[in-house]
Design a protein around this ligand. Sequence first.
Ligand code: BT5
Length: 262
Amino acid sequence: MMPEINPAFLKNGLRTKTFGKKIIFLDRVDSTNRYAWKLAELGEDEGTIVLAKVQEEGKARMDRKWFSPEGGLWFSVILRPSLKAYVAERVMLMAGVSIVESIRELYDLDARLKWVNDVLINSKKVSGVLAETSITGKKLDFVILGIGVNVNIDSFPEDLEEKATSIKLELGRDVSINELAIDLIMKLENNYRLIWKKASEIAGKWRRYSDTIGRFVEIVHNEERLRGKAVDIDENGFLVLRLESGELVKVTIGTCYYLESL
Ligand code: BT5
C-alpha cells in the first residue's frame, strides 16, 4: 500500500472521460481553488484537476480557513456546466454525495452529510466542499469545485480537535490517498452527469445519508437567523425547514447549527 500521493499511480488508476484527464500536481500551493480559478479564467478545459500535498492558505466558505497539512486529499476540479447560475448548488450536492459514497464503500465507515457541505463521521467533520462560481449576468461561466478530505491526519489544532476527524483516526491505520482519490474522482464524474435530468436521484441519495434531516436547526447567514425543523432537501440542494409557525421555507445558503429543541 502506498499511503502518499503518487501522480503516476493515480493517473493510471483513473477510468474517467473528463475528470482528471489533466491533473496538475503541486507539492505546495496557497489554495488549489485559487490556482484552478486562475486557470479557468485563462480558458482551461472542464475536468482539469489541481491537487496539492499541502495548502498554505486552504479556503473554506465565507472567508474561513481550511487546515490542510500533508496527509490530506486537497484538490479542485474545473467545471463548465451548462446550467443556470441558481442551480449551481447541485454541484455541491453531488460532491457531498460522492464523498460519502467513497468513504462508505472503501472503509465501511458511517459517513453522513450535514447541510450544506460537511461530511461527518461520528459527528466530527472529515471533509468539506467549497464550490466557487464565476457568473456573468445569469450565466454560469465556470465552477471551481474544491474538495478537502482528512485522510492520514494524526492530529488537529486545538480549535478543531473536538470537531474534526480523519479517516486514519477513525480506522486506526493509514490508508492509500491514491485509492481514495481514484474512487472519488470516478464517483464525481458519474454523479456530475446526473445533475441535469436526474438531480432528484442525487437529492435522494443525499436524503439517505443525511445527518441533518429530522433535526432542529438554526441557519445563520450574515445577520440573519432562521430556526426550524429540517424536513427535506430539494433537488437544487436547498434545505426545507418547517418553522415554529408551521410554515415551510427553503433555505439556500448559510451555516447550519444543530439545536436540542426550537
Ligand atoms: C468547508 O468550508 O468545509 C470547505 C472546505 C474546502 C476545502 C477544500 S481543500 C481543496 C480546495 N482548495 C481550497 O482552498 N479549499 C478547498 P466551511 O463549511 O466554511 O467549513 C470551514 C470550517 O471547518 C472552519 O471554520 C473550521 O471550523 C473547520 N475546519 C477547518 N479545517 C478543517 C479540517 N481540515 N477538517 C475539519 N474541519 C475543518
